[in-house]
Design a protein around this ligand. Structure first.
Ligand code: SAH
Length: 231
C-alpha cells in the first residue's frame, strides 16, 4: 500500500482511529493489486481467494493495523505469518485444482490454509507448536472453513494416514528436502518448499506420471527454520 499521497484509509490508520469493515476491504484490495498482482501473480482464482480472506483476523491484535502491509508479522511463539506476496506466489506455484487434496506443513496462523481451502478440495495442515495448532484449528472452524483439518505434529513425517497428496506446501524452511514429503506426493503432483539454512531458496518439485521427480528453484526467500525432527 502506498502511504503517500495519503488516502482516507491510511490517514485513519495513521491517526489510530477505528478501522471499519469497509476500510479493511480497501486495504485488502490495495494489497492484492499493489503487492501481488503487480509483482506477477496472474491467476485470477488466487487473486480472488486473497481478496476474500480477511488477513487481519489471522494476526494478533497488537499488529492488526499492519495486517495488509508488505511484510511478515509476528504471531507469537517466535513464529511469523508470511508476507502476503510470498503467500500469493507460493499458492500460484502449486497450480491448485478444485479437486486437489493438499498438505501444508507449518499451519502458523492458519492464513495460508484458509487461502488454500478456497481453491482446493481438501486441506490437511500440520503445526509443530501445539498452542498455535489449537488456535489456528479453532479460528478456521469458527470462520467456517470446513474443508481444513489441522493437527499438532512433526511436519517432517508428513500425514501418512491421508497420503498421497496432489500438492504439498511447506511454509517453514528445512535444511534439505524432507524425504517423507516427496514420498507422500502423488504422481503428477507438485510440491513447493523453502529449502536451506541461512541461505534459502524456494524450490518447486514436479513428480511425473512415472513417479520421477524434477526440481527447479524460483527465488531466494527467508522463512523461519523447520524445527528438527524429534526422534
Ligand atoms: N503458513 C503460516 C505461516 C507459517 S510460519 C501462516 O499462514 O500463518 C512457519 C510455521 O511452521 C510456524 O508456525 C512453525 O511453528 C511451524 N513449524 C516449524 N517446524 C515445523 C515442523 N517440523 N512441523 C510442523 N510445523 C513446523
Amino acid at each position: 500500500m502506498r502511504l503517500w499521497p495519503p488516502n482516507p484509509v491510511t490517514i485513519s490508520i495513521l491517526l489510530g482511529s477505528t478501522v471499519t469493515a469497509q476500510d479493511w476491504e480497501i486495504l485488502r484490495e490495495s494489497m492484492v493489486k499493489n503487492q501481488i498482482q503487480r509483482r506477477g501473480v496472474k491467476s485470477e482464482a488466487v487473486l480472488q481467494a486473497m481478496r476474500e480472506t480477511p488477513r487481519h483476523l489471522f494476526v494478533p491484535e497488537n499488529v492488526r493495523k499492519s495486517a495488509y502491509e508488505d511484510r511478515p508479522l509476528p504471531i507469537g511463539y517466535g513464529q511469523t505469518i508470511s508476507q502476503p506476496y510470498i503467500v500469493g506466489s507460493m499458492t500460484d506455484l502449486l497450480h491448485i485444482k478444485a479437486t486437489d487434496k493438499l498438505l501444508e506443513i507449518g499451519t502458523g496462523s492458519g492464513y495460508q490454509a484458509a487461502i488454500l481451502s478456497k481453491l482446493a478440495g481438501r486441506v490437511y495442515s500440520i503445526e509443530v507448536v501445539e498452542p498455535l495448532a489449537r488456535e489456528a484449528g479453532e479460528r478456521l472452524r469458527t470462520m467456517g472453513y470446513q474443508n481444513v483439518s489441522v493437527r499438532a505434529g512433526d511436519g517432517y513425517l508428513g500425514w501418512p494416514e491421508e497420503a498421497p497428496f496432489d500438492k504439498i506446501i511447506v511454509t517453514a524452511a528445512p535444511p534439505e528436502m524432507p524425504e517423507a514429503l516427496l514420498r507422500q506426493l502423488k504422481n503428477g503432483g507438485r510440491l513447493v518448499a523453502p529449502i536451506g539454512r541461512e541461505w534459502q531458496e524456494l524450490v518447486v518439485v514436479e513428480k511425473d506420471m512415472n513417479g520421477k521427480t524434477r526440481e527447479h528453484t524460483e527465488y531466494p526467500v527467508m522463512f523461519v527454520p523447520m524445527v528438527p525432527r524429534r526422534d
